[in-house]
Design a protein around this ligand. Sequence first.
Ligand code: UDP
Length: 337
Amino acid sequence: MKILVSGGAGYIGSHTVVQLVAAGYDVVIVDNFSNAHPTVLARMESLTGTSIPLHSFDLTDHDKTEHLFATEDFDGVIHFAGHKAVGESVEKPLDYYENNLGSTFSIVRAMQRYDVDKLVFSSSATVYGEDQAAATEDRRTYATNPYGWTKVMQEQILRDVAVAAPHMRFALLRYFNPVGAHPSGTIGEDPSGIPNNLVPYIAQVAVGKREKLMIFGGDYDTVDGTGVRDYIHVEDLAAGHIAALKALEETDEAVHTWNLGSGKGTSVLEMLRAFEKAVGREIPYEIVARRPGDIATSYADPTKANAELGWSTKKTVEEMAADTWRWQSQNPEGFAG
Ligand code: UDP
């Protein structure tokens, strides 16, 4: 089985590539390095002991995408590539729509032209808008920012394609909050600039790159007033993609939607405490105003994925913190270090 992994040099993509190779798949990566570092390839190759073909181009380029499909005989695609920063999407909506929708158009057109029928798509809990507590897959989807709308729209596009091409198979994977790193500490999340997300921010405070964590809001209606999220270890998330790919090989249904989360909520302060335990010292923080657009609580109901994929999360919040810390402390400057 030969699988094209778009965005395979990125955070979730790279962890999934390593697991795909370990599971016996041939993997080909496409990545334009808009939010990834070339060093990751050598790290993936060292973890897998194989050479991994990588094509560096922009997937919105239809001709280059079709050329790749013409020269390789893919059995399926895992499509991670896309812009993902909520705040940036508000500033640059056209960039987000053009890039995220455009790359999906290229990939699906090339799949149709070259008879590739299985696609696993990176969606997000963001498609539940403000209704993310105990979210089940049948909940109505809508978004509160352009990034989120690109996910809602891409899901809709794939559903429409499935009606027109009923032999195709699509898995729409709605991720909750991916965190953690490979247990080796050699690959992990490497955000450019100031991290938007909680765990990379805590990691940079812990390693001394930032002064203190700003906790966005201490007065939510939650266990301790701070925001609650469903953190999922990137290794569990990667395993979810392989389970979804296998499920697509066996199913008669064209489109499947699966939440990938633990089903458990963790507050900002609880995550901070787990990190302090991993690091072995206190991490400075200050509670400041809420971040505009944030919701109090988000966690998956993962029952459907558990039952239909035979998959569930295995790793604890403590392991998420320990693995993130191993990655961050071994690579204080990320891949560029
Ligand atoms: N958060 C925070 N400080 C930060 C970044 C995030 O307090 O520097 C909080 C945020 O308000 C939310 C939680 O951490 O309650 C997770 O935020 P993140 O941006 O990682 O994920 P998302 O909001 O997209 O679920």
